[in-house]
Ligand binder design. Structure first.
Ligand code: ATP
Ligand code: MG
Length: 568
C-alpha cells in the first residue's frame, strides 16, 4: 500500500476535544473521523485494526463452539415492553417512528430478539444447549458519549447468548467463553484482569468483566497480587481495625453546637471519623429507612439500590427528616427513631463496641450508645465503597487500586428473560421450564481505543504486532533518488510477497514530517532507506523498543520476517 494513494489524514496539533491519549491519537493518526457526538467513521487505517480484532474474536468464538448469526438492528418497541426493559434502558434507547407511526428502537443489545428466536425455534431439551454470537453495530444514547469510540453512541459489539436446560450446562459455557475472552485479549497483546462485577440492569447473578489495564480507564478496580480483582462498585469493605468505639453505661449526651458534618463532629470531639457513625435517611419504596455507616466511609448507591430493591431510592428532604426524626439535618442518629423506620447497618458497624451518633436534636450528639441495648439494627448489609488498603478476601493482604477499560462482560442471566418473555422448553418428562441463559458482550470498537490506551508514547501509537494496521513501514527518504526507490520497491515486493502488510511512505515530503507521521501511526517495524543505500545498507527501526540497526538491504526482508515471526 502506498501512503500517497491512501487516506491517512494525520494531524500535527492535538484536537481540543480529545481528553485522553487514545482519543487524541486515533484522531491525530487518522484512524477515525467524527460525524457528530459519539458517532465516528473508522477510516481505512482504523478499519484495518478493527477487522483484525474482529477476526481474532471470530476465531475464538468459533473455537468455543458458538454459531455466528446476524440479527436485525431495527427492533419493534413492544419487545422491550415484554421483557420489562423499557424503563431500565430509559433514555439510552434510541427510538424512531415508521411511516405508520409504529415505534421502533435501534438495538442497544439483543437479549429480547434472541429470546424470541429461542422461544419459537427451540422446543425440547434435545435442542439444547445452543450458543449464538454476532458482530454488529449497537446504538445507545449514552448520557455522556466521550473518549471517541471508547464510549460512543453507535459502536460495534460482539454479543453472544447461550441457552441451557440446567445451571451446570450454563456454567460450562460460561467458563468456555471466559477462556475465549482471555485468549482474545492475549492475542491482541494486551494486559488485563478479570473482575467480579456488578450485573447492573441486565440482571442475573454471576458476572465478570474483562478489564484492559490503563491509567485513564473509566473503571476503578481493587486488586491483589494473589490474583483477586474486583470492580470498586462491587467490592465489599473489609478492615482489620478490630473493635472500635467506646460503650458507656448509660450513654451520654454531648452538646455539639453547629457540628452537623462528620468532619465537624470529629474535630469537635477530637476523635477520628471512623469512630463516628453516620446516619443517613432514605425513602425506599414507601418506607423511611435509616442507614448506618462508619463516618469515614461513603455509601455505594449501586449497593443501596440492590439492598432495598428500589432503583428510585432517594435521600429524605430536610423537611422530611425533621418530620421523621424530630431533629434537623446533620444530627440524625439511630436512638429514638419511630418504630416504622427500619435501621439497616453496614457490616463494618458490627465492629463498633459503642458509637457516637446524632441525637435527633439540634446541636446534640450521643456518645457510647450500644446497638441491641439503646436501639435495634434490623439487618446488616454490605453498603459502603471499599477502598485501597482494605483487605483481600482471598489472602488478607491490602488491596491496591488501579484503573481499567471494560472490554468484555459476561453474565449468567438465569431465567430473567425467558421467564418474562415466556420462552420455555420441555424436559424429558414433558414438563415445561424457562430456558437458562447466559449473555456475553465484547466491545470490538472500544478494544481499538483500549489497545492504544495501553500502547503509546509521547510520539504516538505503538501497535502490538497482531493488531497493527500494517506490520512494516518502508520509508524511502528521498523519493527522487532512483537507487533509494529501487531498493524500496524491491523490499516492498519481498515483504508483501511473504504475506506481510506493508505501507510505503512514498510521499515527496521532508524526512522530518515522514518520521513524525511514522511514529504517530505506530507501525511496529520500519525500514528507512536513506543515504546509506549507496553502500547497500538500510536502517531497521523497532517502534516499541526504539532500537535502530543498520542492516544490509539484501538481508533486511529476512530479518523483518524473523522478527514478525514469519518464515521466509
Ligand atoms: P459500560 O459500563 O462501559 O457502560 P455496559 O455495562 O453498558 O458498559 P454491556 O452492555 O455489557 O456494557 O456491553 C458489552 C460491551 O460493549 C462492554 O463491555 C463494552 O466493551 C462495550 N460497550 C458498551 N457500551 C459502549 C459504548 N457506549 N461505546 C463503545 N463500547 C461500548
Ligand atoms: Mg453502559
Amino acid at each position: 500500500m502506498r501512503w500517497s494513494e491512501s487516506c491517512i489524514p494525520t494531524l500535527k496539533e492535538n484536537p481540543r476535544e480529545a481528553e485522553i491519549p487514545s482519543h487524541m491519537l486515533m484522531l491525530r493518526a487518522g484512524l477515525i473521523k467524527k460525524l457528530t457526538s459519539g458517532v465516528y467513521t473508522f477510516l481505512p487505517t482504523g478499519f484495518r485494526v478493527l477487522k483484525k480484532i474482529e477476526r481474532i474474536i471470530r476465531e475464538e468464538m468459533d473455537a468455543a463452539g458458538c454459531q455466528e448469526l446476524l440479527m436485525p438492528i431495527l427492533h419493534p418497541e413492544e419487545i422491550y415492553a415484554e421483557s420489562g426493559r423499557l424503563k431500565s434502558f430509559g433514555p439510552e434507547l434510541f427510538k424512531l417512528k415508521d411511516s405508520r407511526g409504529r415505534i421502533f428502537a435501534l438495538g442497544p443489545t439483543h437479549e429480547e430478539v434472541i429470546t424470541i428466536i429461542a422461544r419459537d425455534e427451540m422446543r425440547s431439551y434435545r435442542d439444547l444447549p445452543q450458543t449464538y454470537y454476532q458482530i454488529l453495530t449497537k446504538f445507545r444514547d449514552e448520557i455522556r458519549p466521550r473518549y471517541g469510540v471508547m464510549r460512543a453512541r453507535e459502536f460495534i459489539m460482539k454479543d453472544a447468548y447461550s441457552f441451557h436446560a440446567d445451571d451446570d450446562c450454563l456454567d460450562r459455557m460460561y467458563r468456555r467463553i471466559e477462556k475465549a475472552y482471555r485468549k482474545i485479549i492475549e492475542r491482541c497483546g494486551l494486559e488485563y484482569v478479570i473482575v467480579e462485577a456488578e450485573s447492573g440492569y441486565i440482571g442475573g447473578n454471576e458476572s465478570h468483566e474483562f478489564m484492559v489495564l490503563a491509567e485513564n480507564g473509566e473503571d476503578m478496580l481493587l486488586s491483589c497480587p494473589c490474583g483477586y480483582a474486583v470492580n470498586l462498585d462491587k467490592a465489599a469493605a473489609r478492615v482489620s481495625d478490630g473493635r472500635r468505639g467506646e460503650a458507656l453505661d448509660p450513654y451520654e449526651e454531648i452538646s455539639t453546637p453547629g457540628a452537623s458534618t462528620i468532619e465537624q463532629v470529629s474535630e469537635f470531639l477530637g476523635m477520628s471519623e471512623k469512630g463516628i457513625v453516620k446516619t443517613l435517611l432514605y425513602k425506599a419504596g414507601e418506607r423511611n429507612v435509616a442507614v448506618l455507616v462508619p463516618g469515614d466511609r461513603e455509601v455505594n448507591d449501586i449497593k443501596l439500590v440492590r439492598v432495598f430493591d428500589d432503583p428510585d431510592i432517594r435521600f429524605l428532604e430536610p423537611l422530611e427528616i425533621e418530620t421523621v426524626t424530630g431533629g434537623p439535618v446533620g444530627f440524625s442518629g439511630p436512638v429514638g427513631l419511630p418504630e416504622d423506620v427500619e435501621i439497616v447497618a453496614d457490616t463494618l458497624i458490627r465492629d463498633f463496641e459503642g458509637m457516637v451518633a446524632g441525637a435527633n436534636r439540634a446541636d446534640t450528639h450521643l456518645r457510647g450508645i450500644v446497638a441491641g441495648r439503646d436501639f435495634e439494627i434490623g439487618r446488616f448489609e454490605d453498603l459502603v465503597f471499599a477502598r485501597e488498603g482494605d483487605l483481600c478476601p482471598n489472602c488478607g493482604k491490602g488491596l491496591a487500586s488501579s484503573r481499567g477499560i471494560e472490554v468484555g462482560h459476561i453474565f449468567k442471566l438465569g431465567t430473567k428473560y425467558s421467564s418474562s418473555m415466556n420462552a420455555t422448553f420441555l424436559d424429558d418428562k414433558g414438563k415445561s421450564h424457562p430456558f437458562i441463559m447466559g449473555c456475553y458482550g465484547f466491545g470490538v470498537s472500544r478494544m481499538v481505543a483500549a489497545a492504544i490506551e495501553q500502547n503509546f508514547d509521547k510520539d504516538g501509537i505503538v501497535w502490538p504486532m497482531s493488531i497493527a494496521p500494517f506490520q512494516v513501514l518502508l520509508l524511502p527518504l528521498n523519493t527522487g533518488d532512483e537507487t533509494v526507490m529501487k531498493a524500496a520497491l524491491r523490499l516492498e515486493e519481498e515483504l508483501a510477497g511473504a504475506g506481510l502488510e506493508v505501507l510505503m511512505d512514498d510521499r515527496d515530503l521532508s524526512p522530518g514530517v515522514k518520521f513524525k507521521d511514522a511514529d504517530l501511526v505506530g507501525v511496529p517495524l520500519r525500514i528507512t532507506i536513506g543515504r546509506k543505500i549507496k553502500d547497500g545498507v538500510v536502517e531497521l527501526f523497532h517502534r516499541k523498543t526504539g532500537r535502530v540497526d543498520d542492516v544490509a538491504v539484501d538481508a533486511a526482508a529476512g530479518k523483518i520476517l524473523e522478527i514478525a515471526g514469519i518464515k521466509g
